[in-house]
Design a protein around this ligand. Structure first.
Ligand code: ZN
Length: 460
């Protein structure tokens, strides 16, 4: 049986924005077979979608286990609190969570991400081993838990097993509370191959390097060699914290992005997560290489990381994507709003991301289009969005939601990003299947029950 075509009263098409009457035909492979604009009336056999349609977005940076910690680190007990204090408390969850608990937490998270308009999530995955540091009898047990959560909820998943070797620049080994993370370059590429060998639909794999502080230069070189000829993405946390920048300077004589650009051949596979503290020369190097930057606005704000030079990255036509990282927020309109409003506060200007001189006066549209293309690059996808060959994913806007009610479709993206306080997606489809109906994941109740059980066990 073929999949029926879907008809949207309006849909967001590449280089065009909102277009009336779009017929979307999914193929048996779960990808768009045809996208036809200007179809004024829905054909008889087509399913009529109940609102304007946007492509789904890639969430380019996630640590699913940190969902178990969201909202539970918002008290300051010492004279001062910063990223490093947060990290020590985050390790308390990292060192306790079991594969079954991770699956329950990730399942709830992935359902929430779908409700929030993400249809693909990139897992920067470093919780590899048992709490005492020994490998699980099934070495990929924790990765399997994430894949099972993705399969259960329907979200697409890119697993990025992480190289993690040492506690800091001047430290030869991991701290005892980091023993679950220990990996070697060969171990990371073996995990990547193991994940690919599952052959699960919607699950792909690349690799990641935790950070320059957590991996030795020789190991980074070895991992890059292990990726020669492989098209999969290579992600790295970089220049998130000023302390990390000064530690890198002290240890190597170079700033983090400067060091990376000199020691590896950056290319389009490379995705620099955060890249908050970058000089113009460092930004030039990233842009010239065609590497991407993964911005995580809600987490960067929550952790007090600092504010990136968004106009600088945009002026260089850098590929940028967004990630929800620690998951204090789980819908992308919030991330785009946080990204723009942090710039407004810092620069005392409005509509910083708009480019009227390039015919792009709409801030939300420019940020959305960047995140759409950047997310696909971060996942290593050749096709993404409402185009033939891309996975048949879509979001149906809820025109009655607060922030969208009474707003013309031509400005629906502006309303969604700047005026809607909660996810406003009536339906979310992935690979031709409807996973969110009436704003809720189709299995929301069962997934929430599993999540609450895992939280009670984790925090007992
Ligand atoms: Zn991260």
């Amino acid at each position: 049986m073929g999949t029926p075509a879907l008809w949207a009263p309006q849909a967001w098409l590449p280089a065009r924005g909102w277009v009336d009457g779009v017929l979307l035909t999914p193929g048996r492979d779960g990808c768009w077979q045809a996208v036809q604009a200007g179809v004024a009336q829905p054909p008889e056999a087509a399913t009529v979608l109940p609102g304007p349609v946007l492509p789904g977005l890639v969430n380019a940076h996630s640590h699913a286990f940190q969902r178990a910690f969201a909202g539970l680190a918002e008290r300051r007990e010492a004279a001062q609190d910063d990223f490093w204090g947060w990290r020590d408390r985050m390790y308390a969850v990292a060192n306790r969570i079991s594969p079954a608990q991770l699956q329950a937490v990730a399942s709830q998270l992935y359902a929430e991400l779908l409700q929030g308009g993400y249809t693909q999530v990139l897992e920067f995955h470093y919780l590899h081993h048992q709490p005492d540091g020994r490998p699980y009898p099934e070495p990929l047990a924790m990765a399997q838990a994430l894949a099972a959560a993705a399969q259960a909820t329907g979200i697409g998943l890119t697993l990025l097993p992480v190289l993690y070797q040492r506690a800091g620049f001047a430290q030869p080994a991991l701290r005892p509370d980091q023993c679950r993370f220990a990996t070697t370059p060969a171990g990371v590429t073996a995990m990547r191959e193991g994940i690919r060998a599952w052959g699960l639909p919607g699950v792909t794999a690349g690799v990641a390097i935790h950070s320059l502080r957590a991996a030795e230069p020789d190991a980074i070189t070895a991992l890059v060699q292990g990726c020669a000829g492989d098209a999969g993405p290579i992600h790295i946390h970089i220049a998130e914290q000023t302390a990390e920048v000064s530690d890198c300077l002290a240890a190597t004589g170079r700033r983090p992005i400067e060091w990376l650009a000199r020691h590896v051949a950056l290319d389009a596979r490379w995705q620099l997560v955060h890249a908050t503290h970058a000089t113009p020369a460092e930004m030039d190097a990233v842009a010239a290489a065609g590497a991407g930057v993964v911005i995580c606005p809600s987490t960067e704000a929550n952790l007090g990381d600092g504010i990136l030079d968004l106009p600088g990255w945009l002026a260089r036509h850098t590929i940028t994507s967004i990630g929800s990282d620690s998951h204090v927020a789980r819908h992308w309109p919030h991330e785009l709003r946080a990204l723009e409003t942090s710039q407004r506060l810092a620069l005392r200007q409005r509509n910083v991301a708009a480019a009227p001189e390039q015919g792009q006066p709409a801030t939300a549209a420019r940020l959305f289009n960047h995140s759409l293309a950047g997310g696909a690059a971060a996942a290593g996808f050749a096709a993404w969005g409402l185009v033939p060959g891309a996975r048949a994913d879509l979001l149906v806007l809820d025109g009655a939601a607060p922030g969208l009610l009474g707003v013309p479709v031509s400005q629906a993206l502006d309303g969604l990003v700047f005026a809607a306080d909660a996810p406003a997606f009536r339906q979310v489809w992935v690979a031709g299947q409807c996973r969110v109906r009436d704003g809720r994941h189709v299995q929301a109740a069962a997934l929430a029950e599993g999540f609450v059980g895992a939280m009670q066990a984790l925090w007992a």
